[in-house]
Write a new protein. Structure first.
Length: 137
């Protein structure tokens, strides 16, 4: 009986450890889409993606003049007002990882929802440049 109980305890311990490892492993880069079909992430999480991943596209959805006054390094300008009015030449791959921001976060949420509605599958909205602590050019 003692061997049986020890075996059960060992199996339970192993099961708990596996659950803990699975729930912690890799979770840092897994996000859940909101009801509008895009991911809302923090600026810290966006910076982590920019440091650890490749092939992503940073999209500034402010106006061209706002973009010209300073933008996140490597970002392209696609004004929010132009999204949803047809295909976007600068974003041909609808499965690409797209990181979206604006000035304060309002327009980036609108743009992210429009991109998701337009068939883009990996849209990550991370707020506004006014609180960005990374590189700006």
């Amino acid at each position: 009986m003692k061997k049986f109980l020890n075996a059960i305890a060992a199996v339970m311990t192993a099961s708990v450890l596996m659950i803990m490892l699975v729930s912690c492993g890799g979770a840092a880069m897994e996000y859940e889409k909101n009801t509008d079909g895009y991911y809302m992430i923090s600026q810290h999480e966006a910076m982590k993606i920019m440091k650890e991943k490749t092939g992503y596209i940073i999209v500034d959805v402010r106006t061209q003049s706002e973009y010209d006054s300073g933008h996140i390094k490597g970002a392209i300008c696609i004004p929010n007002e132009t999204i949803g009015s047809g295909e976007i030449e600068l974003l041909p791959d609808k499965n690409a990882t797209i990181l979206v921001y604006c000035r304060s976060g309002r327009r980036s949420k609108e743009a992210a929802a429009k991109l998701a509605a337009g068939g883009y599958t990996n849209v990550y909205e991370f707020g506004g440049i006014i609180t960005w602590s990374g590189d700006v050019e």
